[in-house]
Write a protein that binds this ligand. Structure first.
Ligand code: SKM
Length: 171
């Protein structure tokens, strides 16, 4: 069974796709993103799935998508921001090189604003972010091999920090 060379976890908007692509380029491997897998498989946006079917249905779809990607993908894999809410998913991550890209609440508000494509943040984003971070921070940390703060850093700097943290610098 294959597994990813790096799994990225962290909140939406932290830069998992940008950094994930840069990491994949540096390591000469493919990039994959479970949100993209879900959109392709379902033929509709994540926001539409939330609206049409609700969050529990999305989480069930996401859980399957993460499991498949973890067993199929040998490159860099970014997980949706809430994937770590699932205990079985966290168990599947044990032993894998998991990087938690972190950011503080103010940075999160600044980066994501009021984007309609982000259904969990449609109303009162600062309060939502604070609650979301409080509820999830320990889950991200529990899942992670390395924590890489992104505040005030460029995607290139975050990429270097992630490679250093995993000691993949010379690969
Ligand atoms: O998976 C998407 C979706 O918008 C839910 C989410 C979350 O719960 O933080 C993050 C996104 O990646």
């Amino acid at each position: 069974m294959s597994s990813p060379v790096i799994v990225l976890v962290g909140p939406m908007g932290v830069g998992k796709s940008t950094v994930g692509r840069l990491l994949a380029e540096r390591l000469g491997v493919a990039y994959r993103d479970t949100d993209d897998d879900i959109v392709t498989a379902e033929g509709r946006t994540v926001a539409d799935i939330f609206v049409d079917e609700g969050e529990p249905a999305f989480r069930a779809i996401e859980k399957r998508a993460v499991r498949t990607a973890l067993t199929e993908h040998e490159g860099v894999l970014a997980l949706g921001g809430g994937a770590i809410l699932d205990a079985d998913t966290r168990a599947l991550l044990a032993g894998l090189p998991v990087v938690y890209l972190s950011m503080d609440v103010e940075e999160a508000v600044r980066r994501t604003g009021l984007g309609a494509a982000r259904p969990l943040l449609a109303v009162n984003p600062r309060k939502q972010w604070r609650e979301l971070m409080e509820a999830r921070r320990h889950l991200y940390e529990e899942a992670a091999t390395a924590v890489v703060p992104t505040d005030g850093r460029t995607p290139e700097e975050v990429t270097e920090a992630a490679l250093n943290a995993l000691e993949l610098k010379d690969v």
